[in-house]
Design a protein around this ligand. Structure first.
Ligand SMILES: Nc1ncnc2c1ncn2[C@@H]1O[C@H](COP(=O)(O)OP(=O)(O)OP(=O)(O)O)[C@@H](O)[C@H]1O
Length: 244
C-alpha cells in the first residue's frame, strides 16, 4: 500500500508539484492521470525515493521513504520512464546486477531470474544484449527488473508508451495478474482507454495538485459525463477544490 501525503516539489522557479496526496491500496490498480506537465512523473519520483520532496512524505507499507529509503525500496518495484536499461548488458546480466543491488545472493538471483523469465516469457531474451531490443522487449526487461525482488508494490511511469497492441495487452494482463495476487499497482498514463480498462481508482493530477480521485464510474457520475475523457476535461478545467 502506498500513501503520498502533501507532496510539494519545485525546480528553480517551476513548482512541479504543489500539493499531491493519494492512497493506492493493495489488490488494486491506481492510475495517476493528468495532462502534460501536470506533475505525475515528479510525484512518482518522490514515491520512488529518487526525488526528495520539499514538503510532504510517502509511506510504502507503512515505511516512510524519506526515513528508511532502503527498506521502502525493498517493498517497491519501479518501471521507470524509458525503462532505464543498460544497452551493453545482456538481459541476464542486467537482471543479475539489479538483483545484487537488492541484496539477493547468487543463488537467489538465479532463481529470481528464472521466475520472472517464466512469468514474462522472456527466456529467449535472457542471453541477448539489450541493445537493439524492440520497445516491447525493452518494456518486458524493465518489468522483469521491477519484479525481480518480488515487491508488494509496483509503480510504472507511462508503461505503454511506444508499445504495440500485443505488447500493451500483455502488459495489461500482467498488471491484472499482479492485482489478483493482492499487489498494489500504480501507473501514470495519458491514455484514457487504458486507465478506463485497467484502473480501479484514479487520481487526476493537474497543475501540480490532485483535482479529483475516485473510480472511473464515480468520476463520470460526479461530473455528469458518460465518457471518462469528458469527465477528465471537466475535472482538469474545474476551479481548484470544486471537483475534489
Ligand atoms: N528536473 C526538472 N527540472 C526543471 N523542471 C522540471 C524538472 N522535472 C519536471 N519539471 C517541470 O515540472 C513540471 C511537471 O513535470 P512532470 O514531468 O512531473 O509532469 P508530467 O505530468 O509527468 O508530464 P508529462 O505527462 O508531460 O510527462 C513541468 O513543468 C516540468 O517542466
Amino acid at each position: 500500500m502506498i500513501h503520498a501525503t502533501g507532496l510539494a516539489k519545485h525546480f528553480g522557479d517551476v513548482q512541479a508539484v504543489s500539493d499531491v496526496s493519494f492512497s493506492a491500496p493493495d489488490g488494486a490498480i491506481t492510475g495517476l492521470l493528468g495532462p502534460n506537465g501536470a506533475g505525475k512523473t515528479t510525484a512518482m519520483r518522490c514515491v520512488e525515493g529518487l526525488l526528495k520532496p520539499d514538503q510532504g512524505h510517502v509511506d510504502i507499507d507503512g515505511i516512510r521513504v524519506g526515513e528508511q529509503p532502503m527498506a521502502a525500496r525493498q517493498r517497491l518495484g519501479v518501471l521507470p520512464d524509458q525503462f532505464g536499461l543498460y544497452a551493453r548488458l545482456t538481459t541476464r546480466e542486467h537482471l543479475a546486477y539489479f538483483g545484487r543491488l537488492h541484496g539477493l545472493g547468487r543463488q537467489a538471483v538465479a532463481e529470481a531470474i528464472d521466475r520472472v523469465a517464466g512469468q514474462l516469457h522472456i527466456d529467449a531474451l535472457l542471453d541477448r544484449r539489450v541493445e537493439g531490443f524492440s520497445a516491447g522487449e525493452r518494456m518486458k526487461v524493465g518489468l522483469a527488473r521491477a519484479l525481480l525482488h518480488n515487491p508488494q508494490n509496483l509503480v510504472l511511469d507511462e508503461p505503454t508508451r511506444g508499445l504495440d497492441v500485443m505488447s500493451t495487452r500483455g502488459l495489461r494482463d500482467h498488471l491484472r495478474l499482479l492485482r489478483s495476487q493482492g499487489r498494489c499497482v500504480v501507473f501514470s498514463s495519458h491514455v484514457m482507454q487504458e486507465v478506463e480498462e485497467l484502473c480501479d481508482h484514479l487520481v487526476i493530477v493537474g497543475d501540480g495538485i490532485v483535482k479529483a480521485a475516485g473510480s472511473p464510474a464515480e468520476l463520470c457520475a460526479r461530473t455528469g459525463q458518460s465518457r471518462l475523457e469528458d469527465a477528465f476535461v471537466r475535472l482538469i478545467e474545474a476551479p481548484t477544490g470544486v471537483a475534489a
